[in-house]
Design a protein around this ligand. Structure first.
Ligand code: ZN
Ligand code: ZN
Length: 365
């Protein structure tokens, strides 16, 4: 079974033939159909996010069930699925209080399966981790049944793949925000896959202004197709003063940092109105800190929060996105702009790192 393996930080992924065990209690085997090229994988490859190695990365994707293990109740062979990179346990405090995206058992066990063992090993018997208990840069994945969210035929497997990470992260950060309501003015920093998804989330809410901020004119141009009402190139203009100009000097109701850096996070706090919300969605490098103007936080009564995997239950966000896609309220199909075979995976990440991918690149497995 072929998979792209991360054996060393800052080295290319290696395509290897791995040995895969059959699904155990509550697990399924899926044929991976598509896997997205996401910055979170890149962080691990560069060592700016930690994951034990050797590992098969890939946490955004779609698959088709080919085999079910004992006691699998909600899936059967042939089911097409969105893959979730947080398999919730169902009985921790977070799972029970509506935040299975923060499941503590999933976090504790990490990149092994729930029984604390591996399903992948090398020919020399060395065990291999699976990112998010799925590891989708692989022809097949053996994973918990909770990782699979079955979808109707109206949703293509390409779209399903994006719902597995960027669409849910971006759309969920907006529509599931406690202050989400119609007519908001929203600024979105970073126009990659998550940023474009956030724009679509803002459009779903009938936002009055959707301001896209990036340093790449091609990405800004692309964002207009999805509902951006204004665009700002942060290399050519000062984003904060431009956003204040666009909002009568007040600032936007909500600003999202989908890129993840101290600079972009500090910008979200500077461009929101009194009482506004800044939301950090993109992952910065581990150990990075943003400065907070404490007096402004108090006098302007600002709120800053983080949003992980759509803020609430990812599976519930999947359901909302699937329904909105079927009703033609979202256009995730157009977000896929490049497809790569597994053997070109390193090229795909190089393109992502160099900002060459406008929209989302996906692997076709
Ligand atoms: Zn991702
Ligand atoms: Zn849990």
């Amino acid at each position: 079974m072929k998979a792209a393996v991360l054996n060393q930080i800052n080295k290319p992924l290696e395509i290897e033939n791995l040995i895969q065990e059959d699904p155990k209690h509550g697990e399924v085997k899926i044929k991976v159909n598509y896997a997205g090229i996401c910055a979170s994988d890149l962080h691990i490859m560069k060592g700016t996010a930690s994951l034990p190695i050797p590992a098969v990365l890939g946490h955004e994707g779609s698959g088709t069930v080919v085999e079910v293990g004992p006691n699998v109740t909600n899936l059967k062979p042939g089911d097409k699925c969105i893959m979730s990179f947080v398999s919730n346990c169902g009985h921790c405090t977070y799972c029970r209080t509506g935040n299975p995206n923060l499941c503590s058992e999933n976090l504790r066990i990490g990149s092994k399966l729930f029984d604390n063992t591996f399903r992948l090993k090398k020919q020399n018997n060395k065990e291999v981790y699976q990112m998010g208990k799925i590891g989708l840069f692989s022809e097949y994945s053996v994973c918990p049944q909770q990782a699979c969210y079955p979808i109707p035929d109206e949703i293509s497997l390409e779209t399903a793949a994006l719902i597995g990470c960027c669409a849910t992260t971006g759309i969920g950060a907006i529509v599931n925000h406690p202050n989400a309501t119609t007519g908001l003015s929203i600024a979105i920093f970073g126009i990659g896959g998550v940023g474009i998804s956030a724009i679509q989330g803002a459009k779903l809410l009938n936002s009055s202004k959707i301001i896209a901020v990036d340093i790449d004119n091609k990405k800004l141009q692309f964002s207009k197709k999805f509902g951006a009402t204004h665009t700002i190139n942060a290399k050519e203009e000062r984003p904060i003063s431009k956003i204040l100009d666009l909002t009568n000097g007040e600032g936007v109701d909500m600003a999202l940092d989908t890129f993840g850096s101290n600079d972009t996070t500090e910008s979200t706090l500077s461009c929101i109105r009194r009482g506004g919300d800044a939301v950090i969605v993109g992952l910065a490098s581990e150990g990075e800190f943003a400065k907070v103007d404490m007096v402004s936080m108090v006098r302007k009564q600002l709120t800053i929060s983080g949003s992980y995997y759509g803020t609430t239950s990812s599976h519930e966000t999947f359901r909302k996105i699937v329904n909105a896609s079927i009703n033609n309220q979202l256009d995730l199909e157009k977000l896929v702009t490049e497809k790569f075979p597994l053997k070109k995976i390193n090229q795909a990440f190089e393109n992502l790192q160099n900002g060459k991918i406008v929209g989302r690149g996906i692997l076709e497995l």
